[in-house]
Design a protein around this ligand. Sequence first.
Ligand SMILES: Cc1cc2nc3c(=O)[nH]c(=O)nc-3n(C[C@H](O)[C@H](O)[C@H](O)COP(=O)(O)O)c2cc1C
Length: 262
Amino acid sequence: MSSRESTRKTLLVAFCLCVACSIVVSSTAVILKPYQDENRLLDRNKNILTAAGMFDADVDGNDVVAERFAEFTTRVIDLETGEWLDDAALQELEIDLSTYDQRAVINDPRYSEPVPADEDTANIKRRVNYPLVYVREENGTIDTIVLPVNGYGLWGIMYGFLALEGDANTVRGLAFYELKETPGLGAEVRNPRWMALWPGKRVYNDNGEVGLRVVKGPGSGDFQVDGLSGATLTTRGVDNLIQYWLGDTGYGPALDQLQELN
Ligand SMILES: Cc1cc2nc3c(=O)[nH]c(=O)nc-3n(C[C@H](O)[C@H](O)[C@H](O)COP(=O)(O)O)c2cc1C
């Protein structure tokens, strides 16, 4: 066999190997996609339930997630007006609840917008205009409202859910599901002992302002949550996101209109 022929054969084998490998990799990606989507949804729903105090990963298995999440209705809010959108409004906006992903549309000017610097207490730069909100009713009255929240910590944007009781004022829980904070320091915002400080705290003071604060050191009373020692910057980020999302810049107007839902 001439050396030219052997080079041709080597290239042919390499080419066939590349084609075979790319077929395996792309078919695996296609086959696994539905499972990945399902797991992502399961994880999101677990986090919503965790914020609402309805899921404890140490005790509950995945089997209860669908059943408990089914108690919630998914709603969409227009942050600009504070309105809770009905089916006609969703149709007009081409929002399909089964596929709408509020994090995926963060750069789409139709569904999100830049946050003006003087309002951007949470340091998020852009925000979605139509967030998904999860509402649970009991005996015809609202019992729990779960709101997606995000804000910059020390190393990056932290994503979580804040759950309120039906009065839209008492905290049920706060659960972060994605962050870049340091394990043992800022990432302690996911420690169940710190999370346990939140239920029962109040958001709005008698003047209707956001009174809830994360303070350095031990907090006291209905409106204060202890900051994490050694992680002041992350806990300041949590404080900032509470001010942003529960104030007039965030869900404040929609929570004011909540009575209309009942
Ligand atoms: C490697 C490294 C990682 C850190 N990670 C965090 C963090 O995730 N969150 C945070 O608030 N502070 C973090 N810090 C500490 C901050 O720099 C700062 O010292 C701290 O927030 C101050 O908190 P204190 O006033 O309660 O001590 C980190 C420090 C170092 C050296």
